[in-house]
Design a protein around this ligand. Structure first.
Ligand code: ZN
Length: 90
């Protein structure tokens, strides 16, 4: 199996894991893989995705949460007012 085929197989396996489960937390080192599996990494890396709560650009540095909304994903920034909307311990 070529290295490219191995990489594709790995990405598919990671993608399937993320699609089948509700993930409450993701380690920093896995965020890029998660965003790639959701097909939104480039938008987040370029700062072209806005926080669904306050409208600020969400990047890898201020990403707090991802939630599914209909057929798309909404990102939430780490602003305390936005992050607290999703905090289950309120
Ligand atoms: Zn926000």
């Amino acid at each position: 199996m070529s290295i490219l085929a191995r990489i594709r197989t790995f990405i598919r396996s990671v993608s399937n894991i993320f699609r089948r489960t509700n993930i409450m937390a993701v380690h920093d080192s896995d965020v890029v893989q998660l965003l790639e599996s959701l097909g939104i990494y480039r938008q987040v890396a370029s700062g072209s995705v806005m926080c669904a709560s306050c409208g600020v650009a969400v990047t890898l540095e201020n990403l707090w949460a991802i939630r599914r909304h209909g057929g798309t994903y909404q990102l939430i920034c780490l602003s305390p007012s936005c992050a607290s909307l999703l905090d289950p311990i309120v």
